[in-house]
Design a binder for this molecule. Sequence first.
Ligand SMILES: C[S@@+](CC[C@H](N)C(=O)[O-])C[C@H]1O[C@@H](n2cnc3c(N)ncnc32)[C@H](O)[C@@H]1O
Ligand code: SF4
Length: 451
Amino acid sequence: MTTIIDRPKPTDRPPLGQLLQESPYQAYVYSYPHKTSYRPIAPPVSLGQLWSGENREALFLYIHIPFCEMRCGFCNLFTTVSGDREFFREYAIAVGRQAQRVKLALGEASFARFALGGGTPTLLPLEQLEAILDLAEGTMGARLADIPGSVEVSPETVDRQKLKLLRDRGIDRVSIGVQSFIDAEVLAVQRRQQASQVEAALTLMRGANFPTINIDLMYGLPGQTIESWLYSIRQALRFQPEEIYLYPLYVRPLTGMGKSRREWDDIRLACYREGRSLLLGEGYTQVSMRMFRASHALAANGPVYCCQADGMVGLGCGARSYTESWHYSSNYAVDNKKIRHILESFIKTPDESFDFANYGFQLDGEERRRRYVLLSLLSEKGLNLVAYRQRFATDAFADLPELSELMPLGLADWDGDILRLTATGLERSDVIGFWLFSERSRQLMDYYDLK
Ligand SMILES: C[S@@+](CC[C@H](N)C(=O)[O-])C[C@H]1O[C@@H](n2cnc3c(N)ncnc32)[C@H](O)[C@@H]1O
Ligand code: SF4
């Protein structure tokens, strides 16, 4: 039998009222369960077994490129600074070998979405970028021209040739990390980037005809004021991005900022409110606490993909994969030496070892229901109680009775079918999400040894 090592005893869920007294920034829930609740899987499970009972008609293909030009002081993503072309080449070869094995294990499968993330995928030289797109199409069979596809870029790595390659191969969304249009603010978080470079990159991106451009901005940066924050948003608006993400700064352990003892003034809630009303006034709609979509943005074409229900196939070191009952990935670290070590072993992985998941989280019925509730509730669509009943044959309020605490606190409205966060609820998404974590998942996160 397969067991997850290190499963501590559950503790009580903190009352929502109590959590609301604390910081609005408790956990960014972009997926559930959180990767710090993953543990070694002993014995490892074969991917063939893991994917055999799954619906593989509308999968998400994600490829992780764990390289950056710089290590930003706030960043805890799985990425390392490198400019070593040989290392990039070896990495692309290893991802190619992994893709072959994963495709064999998957068998018949169709992809409805594609994303190339990191790190900074556009740091790769053109030929490796091309090799990665080739394996997405050739080995994995993703029809990039027919499905929505996205890539993450940083300003310094944007160039005309790479953009042309990506667009020609069917990528329709480019997401650029800008964080701030004020040089001193980005410099303070060890990010070398000048506003002039950002403008040049955005101009190139616009010229390359991507239907969707996303700009990431951050609030709560050292030295930032509400005025300077609004200035950055206005600068971003000059490029009429189809999407804007407003990220509150999280200072995380083991990052450059986390290691320093400085304390930052917390103006995040005020920045959120001002930023949100600026964007709503400009005709953007709010999709989630962080995401805003312009009225001129086109709806994504292509096959239907449902993030609550459909699976994800992750390739590359640090990528996560999701089936109904297992979430798995490679081992994970924030500390640079450990990241390097994990990357070096990924490159040397024998082909047959790619056939197994050996680090992850097994989702039982409760976890699957929680995941569905969490991902639905934290987005504009809200939790559709009818769809939930169709999927699980149970009632969401019976499964998660704590949901009824949201309405009296003014955090959600319920129209009989849909439970949707109010404006107050949306700005407390990072509290509500954390509060909805299962006890098992919270315990595992608490006991996770940061590395
Ligand atoms: C993969 S990066 C974007 C692409 C590219 N690597 C870059 O930085 O330009 C994802 C985004 O997450 C956000 N982010 C990362 N770490 C964060 C943190 N500690 N707090 C808030 N936002 C963070 C940043 O806005 C960043 O642009
Ligand atoms: S924010 Fe982007 S560029 Fe900076 S270290 Fe993280 S992934 Fe790399």
